[in-house]
Ligand binder design. Structure first.
Ligand SMILES: C[S@@+](CC[C@H](N)C(=O)[O-])C[C@H]1O[C@@H](n2cnc3c(N)ncnc32)[C@H](O)[C@@H]1O
Length: 240
């Protein structure tokens, strides 16, 4: 890819200074989990045999992917996130090493985790071309940045170009789960998804999208939204 082809990323890549053990995790443990650049992604990138592979786009502080990967030891998880502090937090969750912990000589996954999680520490759009057609069984896009102003609409992750790629890499019958708390993004997402014949919204009653699905863990972002009076919705789409 030429440098000029690189999609522009508008979010934050770094927040407050990452200190002590968390920066040690980024330096010493992250390289073990990084997805190699330029090679096609396969089930062999994981350190354990996996039945299928799920992707989480923009995992934030990593609460959801840490929880899912612990509960599904035989599924391979790919987490994509640009925000360094969030990546450091995910590493902390899966190793149990906290900001003020002493760094052990050898960094290990917390027991009983399996080695089923890999990280793409950059814009997920740069990973798409490495993922084969129909490779993924589930894709999570949880609380994507809403970019509510009309003039920023082109920055919203749900858009026809990205949906085309998501439809290509998600296998038929697979699930795309989108959660959002923002009124503008809610109607935007429903409109975009309705216009895309590759996906079918699976909700049958209001409870299916007003309540979190059973395999759900609340994220920091979601807690903040609820505290600020915004009600999240949870949308599952089947790849047709
Ligand atoms: C509003 S936060 C939500 C985080 C998390 N999903 C949660 O529920 O707490 C959106 C996250 O998506 C990440 N993000 C946005 N666009 C991305 C992209 N193209 N590739 C990877 N991560 C992205 C941002 O860095 C940010 O951490």
């Amino acid at each position: 890819m030429l440098l000029s082809d690189k999609p522009k990323f508008y979010g934050r890549r770094k927040g407050r200074k990452i200190r002590k053990a968390k920066s040690g995790l980024l330096e010493r443990f992250l390289p073990n989990l990084l997805i190699p650049q330029s090679a096609p992604v396969s089930k062999n990138i994981f350190g354990t045999p996996v039945k299928e592979v799920w992707l989480e786009i923009g995992f934030g502080n990593g609460e959801h992917i840490a929880y899912q990967s612990l509960n599904h030891p035989d599924i391979g998880f790919i987490g994509a996130e640009v925000f360094k502090n969030g990546i450091a937090n995910l590493l902390s969750l899966i190793t149990g090493i906290k900001e003020n912990s002493a760094m052990p000589d050898e960094i290990k996954l917390l027991s009983p985790r399996t080695d089923n999680l890999r990280i793409w520490a950059d814009d997920v759009r740069l990973l798409f071309s490495q993922i084969p057609d129909g490779f993924l069984s589930k894709i999570f896009l949880l609380f994507p940045d809403p970019w509510p102003k009309k003039r920023h609409a082109s920055r919203r992750f749900i858009n026809p170009d990205n949906l085309k790629e998501l439809a290509r890499i998600l296998k038929k019958g697979g699930t795309l789960r989108i959660a959002t708390d923002h009124p503008v993004y809610k109607s935007w997402t429903l409109r975009q998804m309705h216009a895309d014949s590759n996906f079918r919204w699976t909700a049958k009653t209001g409870n299916d999208w007003r309540n979190p699905p059973p395999d759900w863990v609340e994220t920091k972002y979601q807690r903040k939204a609820v505290l600020e009076g915004r009600r999240p919705i949870f949308l599952d789409f089947e790849r047709l």
